[in-house]
Design a protein around this ligand. Structure first.
Ligand code: UGA
Length: 449
């Protein structure tokens, strides 16, 4: 099929390149000429594992980029809207979605062939039916469901694993305003045989996306709240508690061979210093505000947000147990990215923790295998020392704080072993064995005499 994807950010570019790899003819559209030029040279403007290889393979063959939305819409059968939805801390801003819908509508005015317009960005339920569709009708002077179709197709891509998630999806969800819109989306995705597909209306598709992320975020805040209670009680380790919980066969089923399956989602049922990233905080807050606006407050989600926003402070209170005056104390912050495998530091707990340490006068060294440059943009280059490797970061510090679960931090016990006076390790991810270092503090663990 011929597909145009408007917006070459993380969702748009990954979708466009993967659909091209699957055999569709894709035109990526962006207003930014430099991004378009880069893409046409086979250079992705964002980093995502495997993206460059797929782009290079398909560019000028199955995929090309342009700033010309009109020709892209005229030359294709389906347009996916994948532009950004800026967030003001409470609600998403639909200005780019509205603008693109208006531009597509204006092209549809002059296009005689049927065209399907699909929202791919994450938007609150009702956006496609109540915002996108009326703008398309108004700008085109045509009727949705008659002259053109409208659909919604959420993405379920994890940062760092987006190509894999797109090429080998768990499920494909799409909504449409009528049979024809849905059958075109089914045709677009019939290149994924054997994958569960759920066809529904647009509002439901929008709700599925928010619900999926809210559920995972809720599991994290739930686990953190349990961890906080464990710490308050004392002599209960939340890691052990969660191990016991995970052994429920409904969470980790046992095969007839006796082997226990550990689904990857069980890692969300573990305590830590909180979730971040560009999706969970934004999506949970947006759904919460949406519910409030509709007179259906999301009490659980309110708590999910609150628990998460307080979680980085737990690190500081663990530190406060050992060091009352932070001025001049040498501290290593390990991990700045919101999760391992990415250089994205948006909403990372590393930001409030590092900022509080700096405000209190601590001397901070920070290390992240790949997020150094992103962090320098936030903190500047001279307020703290950005180290290039783990050994440098942990040399001559009194405290080590682990924020991101980067696998290389497993080496910490070995690196500290030879030291006569090793630093205190505060494990924000509970990734180390608590007995592997001399002085250990972790989320959800308080040893009381
Ligand atoms: C999340 C969802 O997992 C994707 O399914 C969804 O498509 C995406 O948002 C989106 O809406 O675009 P992502 O934000 O890339 O993907 O990251 P996750 O790997 O889910 O991590 C989110 C947060 O949860 C991170 O702060 C991470 O540290 C935390 N997390 C993640 C855990 O605490 N435990 C885990 O096992 C995994």
């Amino acid at each position: 099929m011929k597909v145009s994807v408007v917006g070459t950010g993380y969702v748009g570019l990954v979708s466009g390149v993967c659909l091209a790899e699957k055999g569709h003819q894709v035109i990526c559209v962006d207003i930014d000429q430099s991004k378009v030029d880069q893409i046409n040279q086979g250079i992705p403007p964002i980093y995502e594992d495997g993206l460059e290889e797929l782009l290079k393979k398909n560019i000028q063959n199955n995929v090309k980029a342009t700033t010309d939305l009109r020709s892209a819409v005229l030359d294709t059968e389906i347009s996916l809207i994948a532009v950004g939805t800026p967030f003001d801390g409470q609600e998403i801003d639909l200005k780019y979605i509205k603008e693109v819908a208006r531009q597509i509508g204006e092209v549809l005015k002059d296009k005689s062939a049927y065209h399907l317009v699909v929202t791919k960005s994450t938007v609150v339920p009702g956006t496609t039916d109540e915002v996108v569709l009326p703008i398309l009708e108004e700008a085109s002077g045509k009727k949705a469901g008659v002259d053109f179709g409208v659909g919604m197709n959420p993405e379920f891509l994890k940062e760092g694993e987006a190509i894999k998630d797109f090429m080998y999806p768990d499920r494909i969800v799409y909504g449409g305003i009528d049979e024809k819109s849905i059958s075109l989306l089914a045709e677009l995705y019939n290149v994924f045989p054997g994958v569960d597909q759920l066809a529904t209306n647009c509002k439901t598709a929008e709700m599925i996306k928010y619900t999926a992320n809210s559920l995972l975020a809720t599991m994290i805040s739930f686990s953190n709240e349990i961890g906080n209670l464990c710490a308050a009680v004392g002599n209960i380790d939340v890691v052990e508690v969660m191990q016991g919980v995970h052994l429920d066969k409904r969470l980790t089923p046992i095969l007839p061979t006796g082997e226990r399956i550990v689904p990857s989602f069980t890692t969300y049922i573990e305590a830590g210093c909180g979730f971040g990233g560009s999706c969970f905080p934004k999506d949970v807050k947006a759904l919460n505000s949406y519910g409030e606006k509709l007179g259906s407050p999301m009490r659980l989600l309110e708590a999910v947000i609150e628990v998460n926003s307080e979680q980085p402070e737990r690190i500081l209170s663990l530190l406060g147990k050992h060091v009352s005056e932070l001025k001049g104390v040498n501290i290593a912050v390990l991990g700045l990215a919101f999760k391992p495998g990415t250089d994205d530091i948006r909403e990372s707990p590393a930001i409030p923790v590092t900022q509080s340490l700096l405000d209190a006068g601590a001397v901070v060294k920070a290390y992240d295998p790949i997020a150094k440059h992103e962090a320098q943009k936030v903190f500047g280059e001279d307020k703290l020392v950005f180290c290039d490797d783990l050994s440098e970061a942990i040399a001559q510090v009194e405290v080590i704080i682990i924020i991101t679960r980067w696998p290389e931090f497993q080496q910490i016990p070995e690196l500290l072993a030879p030291l006569e006076k090793p630093p205190l390790v505060i494990d924000g991810r509970r990734m180390l064995d608590k007995k592997s270092v001399k002085k250990y503090e972790g989320i959800g663990l308080e040893v009381k005499a």
